[in-house]
Design a protein around this ligand. Sequence first.
Ligand SMILES: Nc1ncnc2c1ncn2[C@@H]1O[C@H](COP(=O)(O)OP(=O)(O)OP(=O)(O)O)[C@@H](O)[C@H]1O
Ligand SMILES: [Mg+2]
Length: 502
Amino acid sequence: MTVGNAGTADADILRIANLTKTYGRFSALKSVSLSVRRGSIHGLLGENGAGKSTLVGMISGQRQPTSGTITLNGIEVQGHDVKEMEKAGVFLVTQEPMIIDHMSVAENLLLGIWPRKGWLIDWKRLRRDAARMLQDTDIDPGQRAGTLDAVARRKLNILRAMFSGGRVVILDEPTASLDVEARQQLFAFMRRLKAEGVTFIFISHYNDEILEICDAVSVLRDGELAGGSDDVGEMTSDMLSELVLGRGLSLFQRQRRTFGADEAAIVVEGVRARNVAVDAFRIHPGEIVGFAGLPGAGAKEFARCLFGLVHAKDGTMRLEPNSPAVKLPGHPFEAYRRGIAFLSDDRRKDGLVGHLSIGANMSLSSLPALSRRGFVDVEAEREIISRYFAGMGVKAPNPEVAIDTLSGGNQQKVCLGRVLATEPKLLILDEPTRGIDVGVKQDVHRIIDELSGQGVAVIVVTTDSDEMIRLVDRVCVFSAGSIVGELTGEAISKDRLRQISG
Ligand SMILES: Nc1ncnc2c1ncn2[C@@H]1O[C@H](COP(=O)(O)OP(=O)(O)OP(=O)(O)O)[C@@H](O)[C@H]1O
Ligand SMILES: [Mg+2]
């Protein structure tokens, strides 16, 4: 295979012409043509399953096009191979981080920078650079990568692509697990590298991110190029949504509810765990409470205590008004038996079973409830699957296909459908619409709203201020492991939330 290395005066570093990708009879990408300017940040937008990952997969050599051409630096790419493309300076940071768990952070960072013939590699300098890059993060270079959380893994991957000398760096939803501060860090980093001539392709579901960081944008819809602009400055958020959806976007806004102190509530008291010290927390059936705070402030950790994912030394909960207070669940299975459901923010780690079908993944959590004396009620299972498969608008031929072949956002919908199907008393959602496109996000908010209408108490941990404002009745603000304040009504605003989460 050959890849263009010759510097040309061409303003476009990358040109794609009539690119098509089919899987069997299904066309994931249909004759897409677009150009990317050298040294620009080019946004790529589109609904879940629109073909974004498929497109960048072909640009980076991970997937073979069915037909069409890719031209890099004026030379047509022949054969498609990841190693060759990386040599030519094209790097893809995928939606699902590729990290070698048993290696250290520093080793992971240096991975892929293999000594090349005719090149002298200054390993000492590389190590020093690695340490300097990690300085701005809370990641310890000597730490084993397997011990990193989702956010740190994402950061590490982005750093790695940049560190490996990428000239075209493709970021497939890089901000999905980053908090506000880390996102700004990433953007600053990107701007600096752009000034040095690096070109970026940037995939995101957030219009405001596209408008903030990108120079140009292309929008995919159902595998086709729906439109775009060479100058993002002339676009608005509404214009982007319209290109993505093919229609205007109707935003969901919950009618906020207030509850009296004397109304029935789920009461949690005296919780002590690592980085958690919550004296009292109440949530009413039918109420939606948002948890906000900086990373490590305790919001995520407290939510995990309630589901038995984090061990609490102390703490009690009372799910029904007249029932006795019991210890917090020691294990997710116990939590689940009590009627508590949890959606993790890391679907790879505590989420999906890759080789199983969508249907099997969806009904997995409901199986204990569906079984009668050890036998699974097949009819009931089928009903749950079809109700949530259609309800969540999962884009796939049918519920029998394997989860692995779904787009990232559609995998997230399956996770969510699975949790909702358990019909819990208390539902805990950690970043429920991360990776989900703007249209489906509204559907998900409507579904959560409906569930609360049926008396489910819902906790939403989210860094998405828009989601917080539109979905919750009340916000609990976390700091240093405790709940230090509450927002209700008009106080739940972008400005206040920005103050809280950096
Ligand atoms: N190996 C495969 N076999 C069959 N279908 C596939 C395969 N890989 C992807 N697809 C299908 O191709 C379509 C496009 O998927 P792609 O991952 O490119 O979407 P996306 O735009 O990245 O979506 P998201 O925003 O959810 O990540 C989807 O309908 C997906 O199910
Ligand atoms: Mg994708």
